[in-house]
Design a protein around this ligand. Structure first.
Ligand SMILES: [Zn+2]
Length: 297
């Protein structure tokens, strides 16, 4: 029977079990990253990207968020680009949350890994009000201080100033309602969840360690922006890093730890659903091993 093509991706929702917790990965859509955004020798970059069959033009890059159901609490990590985003292929997380059957009002905690425009504006609903009216929003104190300082905004390049505006607008209603809580490295964010600082991409970029019934899971945020490039060569830097040397050092440290301890991790910009392991590769780099899809988990 003739049927027109759907022409767009199906909802992006993926579930896995971590001990007694259920984790739901929610897609916010895709972001296009241009090859020149990756620093270093272009020939070396092209070689790795071509080997991964990635396009010579903009590279579609997943943007993922996570909902953790502890049994008692619903914890969302990152909020996506939001309904009002100027990125045409982002802002799908709210819809995917609905597909997952979750009422935003039931979310107790939102942890923000960092305050970039693909991670925080989705704290707001389409009307500019709190999308998660009953949630406390947790942000690293250094991260919050950086984006709150007007002097940092005025010193930023013009096309970067909107990052400050979006970040501050997203947290305002929560702060006004006394629902903004700042954390430091190692603080507990919710039962079984602690903050693990991994700065460099931004000043206070933080990962979330999830642990339940002896099973560990690391939500590593923006440690990687392109799996095809940065596992093999973790020295590769993306243009948006606030402190490139620190971002590289932390990427290596986190990958080494994940490979050595065989920890399952999830990344905001790993291809959806973006959950897997890191294996050491001969060259001193690593190999990304995505988790096998499981119908029953
Ligand atoms: Zn990001």
């Amino acid at each position: 029977m003739a049927m027109p093509p759907a022409g767009e991706q199906a909802p992006g929702v993926y579930r896995l079990k971590v001990g007694g917790f259920e984790v739901t990965v929610l897609s916010d859509g895709n972001l296009a990253i241009h090859r020149p955004a990756f620093a270093g020798d272009a020939a070396g970059i092209d070689k790795l990207l071509d080997a991964a069959f990635l396009p010579s033009g903009p590279i579609p890059t997943s943007v993922n968020e996570w909902l953790i159901n502890t049994g008692n609490k619903l914890v969302l990590v990152d909020a996506g680009a939001g309904a009002g985003t100027s990125f045409p292929s982002l802002g799908k997380m709210h819809g995917n949350l609905a597909v997952a059957g979750v009422d935003p009002a039931a979310v107790d905690v939102v942890v923000v890994t960092h305050m970039h425009p693909d991670h925080i504006p989705g704290l707001l609903g389409p009307d500019g009000q709190m999308m998660f009216p009953n949630a406390v929003v947790h942000i690293n104190s250094d991260e919050h201080a950086f984006w709150a300082l007007a002097q940092n905004r005025s010193q930023a390049p013009d096309d970067f100033k909107v990052f400050f505006d979006l970040a501050n607008a997203a947290i305002k209603p929560y702060a006004d309602a006394g629902k903004l809580q700042l954390f430091k490295n190692g603080d507990q964010l919710a039962p079984g969840m602690t903050a693990a600082a991994a700065p460099g991409h931004t000043v206070g970029h933080s990962m979330v360690r999830v642990s339940s019934e002896g099973v560990d899971f690391l939500i590593w945020g923006d440690i990687v922006h392109c799996a095809a490039l940065q596992f093999a060569e973790p020295d590769r830097q993306i243009a948006f890093d606030s402190d490139p040397a620190m971002a590289i050092a932390n990427r290596k440290k986190v990958m080494e730890m994940a490979a050595t301890d065989r920890i399952l991790f999830a990344g905001a910009h790993l291809p959806f659903p973006g959950v897997g392991h890191a294996a050491k590769a001969g060259s001193g780099g690593y190999r990304y091993v995505p988790l096998t899809h499981a119908e029953h988990y």
